[in-house]
Design a protein around this ligand. Structure first.
Ligand SMILES: [Zn+2]
Ligand SMILES: [Zn+2]
Length: 169
C-alpha cells in the first residue's frame, strides 16, 4: 500500500518538475518559433486584458484534465498523479510568473521575496529584455538552473570577455 502511495507521489513530483522542462522546450522552440503569433502579446502588450498567450496555459490545463479523466476511466491513478503535478505547476506559474514577476492580478511584485524568487524575477526579466526570436535567452519559469539561465552578472562576464577578445584581435 505504502509503495502505491510512493508511486503516486513520484508521479506528482515528476508531473510538477517535468512540466518546467516541457515549458522550457515549448517556450524556446515553439513560442519563440512557429507559435510566436500567440506568444507575442506577452512580450509586446496589445492593450487587451486577455493575452492570447494565456491559450498555452489553457492547453496545458486541458491535458491535465484529460489525465484526470484517463484515471477515472482506467482506475489507474498514475495518470491523475501526473495531472495533479501539472495542476500544481499551473498554480505556481500563476503565482510566480503572473502575479509576482509580471505583477498581474494580485500585484505581488513589490512584496519582500526570498533570494530564490528574486533570482527568478531577474532571470525572467532578462528573457523579456533579450526576447529576440531565435537569439533569446532564459526560457524557464519556476526553476533557476545555473549555467543554463543567465543572470546580470553572467551577462557582464560574457560581455567583458567579448570586449577582451575584440581587443586581442
Ligand atoms: Zn517569451
Ligand atoms: Zn513573462
Amino acid at each position: 500500500m505504502i509503495i502505491q502511495y510512493l508511486y503516486y507521489a513520484a508521479g506528482i513530483v515528476s508531473g510538477l518538475i517535468g512540466m518546467e522542462f516541457i515549458a522550457r522546450l515549448t517556450h524556446k522552440y515553439l513560442m519563440h518559433g512557429i507559435l510566436w503569433p500567440i506568444h507575442k502579446d506577452h512580450h509586446i502588450p496589445s492593450g487587451r486584458r486577455f493575452q492570447r498567450n494565456n491559450l498555452f496555459a489553457l492547453f496545458f490545463a486541458f491535458i491535465s484534465m484529460s489525465l484526470f479523466i484517463a484515471s477515472f476511466e482506467t482506475k489507474d491513478f498514475i495518470y491523475m498523479s501526473f495531472g495533479i503535478g501539472m495542476l500544481f505547476y499551473g498554480i505556481l506559474y500563476l503565482i510566480i510568473h503572473d502575479m509576482i514577476i509580471h505583477n498581474y492580478y494580485l500585484h505581488l511584485r513589490n512584496r519582500k521575496h526570498s533570494r530564490y524568487i528574486n533570482k527568478l524575477i531577474e532571470v525572467h526579466e532578462l528573457h523579456h529584455i533579450n526576447d529576440g526570436r531565435g537569439k533569446g535567452m532564459n526560457w524557464g519559469f519556476l526553476l533557476y538552473i545555473p549555467g543554463i539561465d543567465k543572470t546580470r552578472v553572467d551577462l557582464e562576464r560574457i560581455n567583458s570577455k567579448k570586449n577582451l577578445d575584440t581587443l586581442k584581435q
